[in-house]
Unconditional design. Structure first.
Length: 308
């Protein structure tokens, strides 16, 4: 039976991973008592005894955790930002070209960011196919539920006497220095980081990422149908699929709350196209993706234990 340790299981992502894995009969969860959660020696022992360790920690703590591991067989799946563009780490998005095979043998897997997952799923295939220019200045906005902000933001939104400003969507990361930008650029093979506007709104979970596309951003002529076909051909396996259905002509960001898969779609016309991905920021945008990577690394059905 595979031994699994979650370092940082008290956070939002860690709790959801633990919730998903606690129902599995094929895994042994290694759990530290609360009083030892921050004990370095106890964590070191767990990390080195595990077959797979999930790091659900702030960036610096994740880097420190990796330094505690001397067992060459321990597989690390890091959900922080720390290693997503680092040498020696495999980006944990198996639906992208060649990455599934790399994940199968890697001992260092960097789990994708939530906003980044939606952007990369939309843009990477079209860059690979030459539909989007690598030097394009893309524009992206992303709508997320407040659980993406962690325990502090959840408490703020669920407070009884909260500020009325929380009632409406709020744009953040106004300095264009969001921590997901490096992986959005690198994993898509872009020369420039996109202009990115993330928005948090008054609902718990669910994410909707949108990228606009016009002929000026392309290396070659394309139509809306070309984009649709490209996605359908690219996403034939894994937990991403093409689906351009709507809710009466509207697109809800909460539609995939509680799920661990993602859909991508293209709307508009040949001159002005809107690319949209929908998923759960805590699912395919965090813990669901981490468990998918674990399943692949262990040679299991990648959807095992997930809601798809």
């Amino acid at each position: 039976m595979h031994k699994i340790f979650i370092d940082g299981s008290a956070g939002t992502t860690g709790l959801r991973i633990r919730e998903r894995l606690s129902e599995r009969k094929d895994l042994e969860l290694m759990i530290l008592p609360d009083e030892l959660r921050k004990d370095t020696a106890a964590r070191r022992e767990m990390l080195n005894q595990s077959d797979i360790s999930f790091l659900c920690l702030p960036d610096q703590a994740a880097i420190e955790a990796v330094s505690l591991i001397d067992n060459p067989d321990t597989v690390v799946i890091d959900t922080s930002t720390a290693h997503r563009t680092a040498d020696g780490w495999t980006y944990g998005m198996p639906e992208l070209t060649d990455l599934r095979e790399q994940i199968k043998t890697s001992t260092r897997i960097a789990n994708p960011g939530c906003h980044a997952s939606g952007f990369i799923a939309l843009v990477r295939p079209l860059v690979e196919l030459g539909i989007i220019k690598k030097d394009s200045a893309l524009s992206c906005f992303s709508l997320t539920g407040y659980s993406g902000g962690g325990k502090k933001m959840i408490a703020e939104y669920e407070a009884k006497n909260r500020d009325p400003l929380f009632d409406a969507p709020r744009i953040y990361a106004l300095t264009q220095a969001h921590k997901h930008l490096p992986e959005m650029k690198q994993l898509c093979g872009l020369d420039k980081e996109p202009v990115f506007s993330p928005i948090v709104a008054d609902y718990y979970s669910g994410m909707e990422v949108s990228v606009t596309l016009t002929p000026e951003l392309s290396c070659k002529d394309f139509t809306l149908d070309d984009i649709k076909t490209a996605y359908k051909d690219y996403y034939k396996s894994g937990l991403i699929r093409y689906d351009d259905s709507t809710e009466g002509g509207l697109i809800s960001a909460v539609a995939f709350s509680g799920r661990d898969d993602m859909v991508v779609a293209a709307y508009g016309n040949d001159d002005r196209i809107t690319l949209i991905s929908r998923f759960d920021n805590l699912g395919k945008g965090a813990s669901g993706a981490a468990i998918q990577n674990m399943n692949i690394r262990l040679g299991l059905d990648e959807a095992e234990g997930l809601v798809v």
